[in-house]
Write a protein that binds this ligand. Structure first.
Ligand code: SAH
Ligand code: SF4
Length: 343
C-alpha cells in the first residue's frame, strides 16, 4: 500500500483518516498542529501522541516536504528568493521580503501560468500544473525555517507564480490552513490574494467570507488596452470584474487593492492616469503603482522617475489612497513578474 501524505489533509480529512485507522477523531487537531503549526515532519517528534499511534502513522503515512534547491539573497534589500522542487521534480519560487517590522512571504499557487500576460515572466513559461493545498502552505512552513531568530512571518501575499483563482479549491483550502490557529495562525487581514480578474471566482470567494484582502492586477484604464496586455481580459471585461470586486468589498467589509504595473509609453500617460481615476471612482480601494520590472523576454521599459511621480500625483487625491511601490529583490529576479523557476 502506498503511504499517504498528511501534509495535504486538513481537519475533516485528518479526522476521517484517523477514523479509518481506528483512532479517535479529536487527535486530528493535535496532528494538524504538529504538521502545519510546528512544521514537524517526523512522527517521533509528536510527543503528545502515544508511541503506538506514532508507530502506526509512520507505517501508513508520511509528511511531505518541499526540497530547497537554491536560495538567493538580494544585496540591495535582504529579499530572499527560494527555488523549491516538488515531489514530481517540478519547480516553484517563493519570495521572502523584509520591511520595517514586517516579514512577508510571497507564495505561488501554480507551476507556471496559462494566462500569458505580455509583461510577465511567469506567463511566458506556460502552465504546467496546479499546486496542492499542502504545497501552497508548505512554502511558508519551509521559509519559516530560514528566518532569523527574532523574526516571524507577519504577512502572506498570494502573488507568486500562477493565477490563484484558477486553482480555486486548493487555494481556499490553503488560506484556511494559513489562517487557522492550528495552522500558520496568520490573520485574514494580513493575507492578500492577487488575481488577474476571474469574475465568477471573485463572487465565489466573496461568499466564503474569508475576509482576506483582495488585489486586482488592473494594469490598464480601459478594456481595449487591457486586452492587449492581459489576454484574460477578453473573457472578463472590466465592467464585470469591477462589479464582482464591489460585491467582494461589501461582503467582506474591506477595501480592494488595484495593482497597476507602469510600463513606459504603454500605460503611463497623464490621460491614462485621469481615466484610471475615473474608472475606480466610487469603489472603496487603494492603488498600488508598480514600476515595470524588466524581464529578458520582453522589450518594455520602466517609466522614468518623473513620469512615475506625475502619474501618482494625478491619481492622488482623485483616488482615496495611492502608493508608488519600490520593487524588491530586483538583482535576484525576485520582483513581481520575474518568477519563472528556471522553466
Ligand atoms: N496571477 C496573479 C498573481 C500573480 S502576478 C495576478 O496576475 O494578479 C503578481 C503581480 O505581478 C501582478 O499584479 C502582475 O501585474 C505583476 N507583474 C507581472 N509582471 C510584472 C513585471 N514584469 N513587472 C512588475 N509587475 C509585474
Ligand atoms: Fe499569470 Fe499573473 Fe503573470 Fe498574468 S501577471 S501571466 S495572470 S502570473
Amino acid at each position: 500500500m502506498e503511504k499517504i501524505n498528511l501534509k495535504a489533509l486538513w481537519i475533516e480529512e485528518l479526522e476521517s483518516f484517523l477514523d479509518k485507522l481506528g483512532e479517535k477523531k479529536y487527535k486530528a487537531k493535535q496532528l494538524a498542529k504538529w504538521i502545519y503549526n510546528k512544521g514537524v515532519t517526523d512522527f517521533e517528534q509528536m510527543t503528545d501522541l502515544s508511541k503506538e499511534l506514532r508507530r502506526k502513522l509512520s507505517e501508513v503515512a508520511y509528511i511531505g516536504k518541499l526540497k530547497l534547491t537554491r536560495k538567493q539573497v538580494s544585496k540591495i534589500d535582504q529579499t530572499e528568493k527560494f527555488l523549491f522542487e516538488l515531489s514530481d521534480g517540478k519547480r516553484i519560487e517563493t519570495v521572502l521580503m523584509r520591511e520595517k517590522n514586517r516579514v512577508t512571504v510571497c507564495i505561488s499557487t501554480q507551476v507556471g501560468c496559462a494566462l500569458n500576460c505580455i509583461f510577465c515572466a511567469t506567463g511566458k513559461s506556460g502552465f504546467e500544473r496546479n499546486l496542492s493545498a499542502g504545497e501552497i502552505v508548505d512554502q511558508i512552513i519551509a521559509v519559516k525555517g530560514y528566518l532569523k531568530e527574532d523574526e516571524k512571518v507577519t504577512n502572506v501575499v498570494i502573488m507568486g507564480m500562477g493565477e490563484p483563482l484558477l486553482n480555486y479549491e486548493n487555494t481556499v483550502k490553503a488560506i484556511r490552513i494559513i489562517q487557522s490557529e492550528l495552522g500558520l495562525s496568520i490573520s485574514a487581514k494580513r493575507i492578500t490574494l492577487s488575481t488577474s480578474g476571474i469574475a465568477p471566482e471573485i463572487y465565489k470567494l466573496a461568499d466564503e467570507r474569508l475576509k482576506i484582502k483582495l488585489a486586482l492586477s488592473l494594469n490598464a484604464p480601459d478594456d481595449e488596452l487591457r486586452r492587449k496586455l492581459m489576454p484574460i481580459a477578453k473573457k472578463y471585461p472590466l465592467s464585470e470584474v469591477l462589479e464582482a470586486l464591489k460585491y467582494y468589498a461589501k461582503k467582506n467589509d474591506i477595501r480592494i487593492t488595484f495593482e497597476y504595473v507602469l510600463i513606459k509609453d504603454v500605460n503611463d500617460s497623464e490621460e491614462q492616469a485621469l481615466k484610471l481615476a475615473k474608472l475606480i471612482r466610487g469603489i472603496p480601494c487603494k492603488i498600488n503603482l508598480i514600476p515595470y520590472n524588466p524581464i529578458k523576454e520582453c522589450p518594455y521599459k520602466k517609466p522614468d522617475e518623473e513620469t512615475l511621480i506625475k502619474f501618482r500625483d494625478i491619481l492622488y487625491p482623485r483616488a482615496p489612497a495611492v502608493t508608488l511601490r519600490r520593487s524588491k529583490g530586483e538583482d535576484i529576479q525576485a520582483a513581481c513578474g520575474q518568477l519563472k523557476a528556471g522553466m
